[in-house]
Design a protein around this ligand. Structure first.
Ligand code: MLT
Length: 269
């Protein structure tokens, strides 16, 4: 399906299944197919909406923006999809950059957020060192294209165990990353560089919140996830074994069990 959102066109899937709406927000540099193991498994339990962020997958990043975007712009695109699907409030599941967008949603549109699932993400902004690495990756994207970006990103995206034992998954994720458009990549890197510190927002979160992390994530360590979770009142945490940054595809059964239990608790509340 396509939603017209200002000068972007946003592609999304909507299984129109059960009554509890859940919107899935992918990370960098991925697309909505990242959530295939969740939208298939949870279809009986939730109305799963999965979108491509502007500039990724089948979504466009409006020409008027000249490639520039922000976590606020992405958050507005999520709300545009909720509007198109006539969903008032949804459980927001955001992975990594998707989590940065979930924080922007909480700041800008909290009346649309029924609960939060913060996966492999952090509230803190980039350090100067990370900003410099992102600037170098922007150069790589312009010079060598998306395939070269995928070559650098795949290492942090999946744990060593996954990279050694699941070649099909490695190929699938690498192809997803290599399929991202250069303007999408450059836009997202700029958005992440400029994103604000979400740490002060953590104590303001009043909706049920689940934090999830992969035990072997080398990009965002489980102890960082734990510290973030402790700052969100009443939240819970699941650390998944045998999984790295993309824990939803590396350990899908454990991920879906934890998310399914959380959704059951939301539906019962
Ligand atoms: C992601 O998975 O979205 C990225 O690793 C986030 C980041 O680079 O900070």
């Amino acid at each position: 399906m396509l939603a017209g959102c200002e000068d972007d066109s946003i592609a999304y899937d909507d299984n129109s299944g059960a009554s509890l709406p859940v919107v899935f927000v992918h990370g960098f540099p991925h697309d909505r197919t990242l959530w295939a193991p969740q939208t298939a498994a949870l279809a009986g339990q939730a109305r799963c909406l999965a979108l491509d962020l502007p500039g990724f997958g089948e979504s466009t990043l409006g020409g008027g923006r000249d490639g520039a975007t922000s976590v606020d712009h992405y958050a507005d695109a999520v709300v545009c999809v909720l509007d198109a699907a006539m969903v008032e409030r949804a459980v927001v599941v955001g992975l990594s950059m998707g989590g940065y967008i979930a924080f922007a949603l909480w700041r800008r549109h909290r009346d649309r957020v029924r609960a939060l699932v913060l996966v492999s993400t952090r509230a803190t902004p980039d350090s100067d060192e990370v900003r410099a690495k992102r600037a170098a990756l922007i150069d790589t994207a312009h010079r060598d294209g998306s395939g070269a970006v995928a070559d650098t990103q795949i290492v942090g995206a999946l744990s060593r165990r996954t990279r050694e034992n699941k070649p099909d998954l490695v190929r699938t994720v690498h192809a997803m990353q290599a399929g991202a458009s250069v303007p999408g990549i450059v836009g997202a890197l700029g958005a992440m560089i400029a994103r604000p510190d979400s740490t002060p927002d953590l104590a303001t979160i009043t909706v049920p919140t689940l934090v999830m992390a992969g035990r072997d994530d080398v990009l965002i360590r489980p102890n960082e996830a734990r510290a973030m979770q402790q700052a969100v009142p009443g939240s819970r945490i699941e650390i998944l074994g045998e999984a790295g940054h993309l824990c939803n595809v590396e350990s899908p059964t454990a991920f879906n069990d934890a998310l399914g239990d959380f959704l059951t608790s939301i539906a019962a509340a």
